[in-house]
Design a protein around this ligand. Structure first.
Ligand code: BGC
Length: 417
């Protein structure tokens, strides 16, 4: 803080004390928010919320914990709560992650705020279910991310003399052409959850909606032994040959950067990657192509992010949380935040005309409930998902993993519910 700023603040405080009133900023709502949004576009998106909070008279304490996918941030948040020093709010993903918070009484019931904001009518039913337990609302859903997209560099494709593959038959020949043109065909990253993004792209786009649902919702072991499932595994294994040794050192957004600068051909990732393209001033369908499927769309795997506000009786904290929740769910912030984040608003009652062409594909698919495929987080415990991510990371780096071993271990991991 500059000397001037300190003097100004002191002056304000003195004036407020003299007048015997507290200004709203000084009485102030104050939000410490734990999240894992540390890439360029993610940080810019957080700023949209932070600035709105500050504009409404609050103070924002940003607690960004690095680590895409959020495992680190969640651990820090839980430790803070258990240690008796809870943040105002923390990020999780919608679905079963909430169970632990509700069961332990870590999270505040915000049903009254949800009712006042008319959330139930405004958001998809599955999302509503995912933020409620026993009829009470416990989560603030901030965005809807398409979890299984592919992002292609148009200059890289041009250099290789190919287009985005339209069928699975064209898929590997396209990757071969990219390789022959000196381009890294697939930008892969090191963390298990990023291999899982690639895996679920194959599950929905090659395996299909039914297989996806049978596996992740019904935990149907026969579906995991089916030819269609084995084909998805084999396809993933075959894709190993199209990565590069640098992958083991890369975060998800480093891989996106390789596609942005045309060093790599494609990345399989949720549409937070699109936030990075937009942040780098790249134009959809001009600089980069996006598709949630090779061939016809099979359904739209959606997930997203939500915040929980921590359980408290402290009136100042409650007030700070109220302002935070209302800010996040306000129509203006829903629009402004999601444009930067690469996601689509959770509210169906807002103006989405400014959403980019890739987002419009997502909106169109989401408009038909038959296409809405809730991601695995809605139906599976964090433990099961963690075990699958470990399996995917290990199998990806160990070419001697057999399909049979993979199938058996996958079924075992999904049984940990
Ligand atoms: C979150 C996204 C985030 C991504 C990478 C996902 O789990 O849902 O909001 O951008 O992780 O950090």
């Amino acid at each position: 803080m500059s000397f001037f700023a300190i003097r100004s603040a002191t002056g304000l405080l003195a004036a407020a004390l003299l007048a015997g009133v507290a200004t709203s900023a000084l009485a102030g709502e104050k939000a410490e928010v734990i999240h894992w949004w540390t890439s360029g576009s993610e940080a810019a998106a957080v700023k949209v919320i932070a600035n709105a909070y500050i504009k409404a008279g609050g103070e924002w304490i940003d607690n960004a914990i690095a680590g895409g996918g959020g495992d680190n941030a969640r651990s820090v948040g839980i430790n803070r709560i258990v240690g008796g020093n809870p943040p105002t709010a923390m990020q999780i993903v919608p679905g079963k992650q909430l169970d632990e918070f509700v069961a332990n009484g870590y999270v505040r019931d915000i049903s009254a705020l949800a009712a006042a904001g008319n959330w139930k009518a405004a958001i998809p039913a599955l999302l509503w279910d995912s933020i409620t337990r026993d009829g009470k609302v416990y989560g603030v859903p901030i965005d809807l991310h398409g979890q299984t997209w592919s992002w292609w560099s148009i200059p890289a494709l041009k250099k290789a003399g190919v287009d985005v593959p339209k069928t699975w038959d064209e898929f590997f020949p396209t990757l071969d052409k990219l390789k022959a043109a000196g381009i890294i065909p697939i930008a892969v990253s090191r963390d298990g959850w990023t291999i899982d993004s690639m895996w679920r792209f194959l599950m929905i786009s090659k395996g299909g909606t039914d297989l996806f649902r049978k596996v992740y919702i019904d935990h149907d072991v026969n579906a995991m032994k089916s030819a269609a499932f084995r084909d998805v595994v084999e396809t993933l294994f075959k894709m190993r040959a199209y990565s590069d040794p640098g992958a083991s050192a890369r975060n998800w957004n480093d891989s996106t950067a390789l596609v942005i600068n045309n060093t790599a051909g494609v990345q399989f990732m949720g549409d937070w990657a699109k936030g990075e393209f937009l942040n780098a001033h790249k134009q959809p369908m001009v600089d980069f192509a996006c598709t949630p499927a090779i061939g016809p769309n099979q359904g739209y795997v959606f997930g997203g992010d939500m915040f929980i506000v921590t359980a408290t009786k402290d009136p100042a904290m409650l007030k700070s949380q109220d302002l935070l929740v209302n800010t996040m769910m306000s129509k203006d912030i829903q629009v402004a935040f999601n444009l930067v984040k690469g996601s689509i608003p959770v509210r169906g009652d807002v103006d989405v005309s400014k959403v980019d062409p890739c987002g419009q594909i997502g909106l169109k698919l989401m408009a038909n409930p038959a296409n809405q495929v809730g991601d695995r987080d809605f139906y599976n415990s964090p433990d099961a998902i963690g075990a699958i991510q470990d399996l995917l990371a290990t199998s990806w780096s160990k070419p001697d993993t057999s399909v049979d071993t993979f199938v058996a271990k996958f079924a075992e991991a999904l049984s940990r519910q």
